[in-house]
Design a protein around this ligand. Sequence first.
Ligand SMILES: *[C@@H]1O[C@H](CO)[C@@H](O)[C@H](O)[C@H]1NC(C)=O
Ligand SMILES: *[C@@H]1O[C@H](CO)[C@@H](O)[C@H](O)[C@H]1NC(C)=O
Length: 187
Amino acid sequence: MEARSMLICIVFACDLIACCHCNYYSKTSPYTPPAQKITHLHFFFHDTISGKSPSAIKVAHPSFPTAFNDTPGPFGSVFVINDPVTVGPEKTSQVIGSAQGVWVSTGQEMLELVVTMDIGFTYGEFNGSSISLMSRNPIALNQRELPIVGGRGKFRMARGFANLTTRFFDHVKGDAMVEYHVTVIHY
Ligand SMILES: *[C@@H]1O[C@H](CO)[C@@H](O)[C@H](O)[C@H]1NC(C)=O
Ligand SMILES: *[C@@H]1O[C@H](CO)[C@@H](O)[C@H](O)[C@H]1NC(C)=O
């Protein structure tokens, strides 16, 4: 093969290879969602900051006094959580999963957090599935609502809301136990 046609061949082959990878998207088409289902969940969430094996750890805090400086979570502090979730209010009742995520203390007028967490289930029908929550959480209010913004496994494409009621709160240590009534709409 003469050099010129050889070059053309190489350029052409390169184009072919490049073209195999040149679309990073599919054709957009109408979407027909499958029928949705509704599931109600009820469980208890244990947030332990104190003691030798806390499930919530403060990983950052402001270097100068801020709002709520006299609490375990002054404005600007950040916690990483891996909190057990149980079927009953007692910590010793069946563990059905865990809540993993990040809590940021964001309130200046009242004690509030912004939470980003995944509540993953390890027991029963929803073992291996999880719900994702991302919201402001005004913990100073005894009752509050957090949105479900997604989920994994059986809760894929989930939407919904969680009603939270604080059942126990130690103002000095910061430990808390919260009851969750969750409504999940999913595929
Ligand atoms: C949950 O699922 C995992 C992975 O499939 C399995 O190993 C485990 O035994 C299951 N646990 C329960 C309590 O069903
Ligand atoms: C959640 O709370 C709202 C009002 O706070 C109430 O209307 C609703 O019935 C509650 N839903 C569940 C599932 O607990």
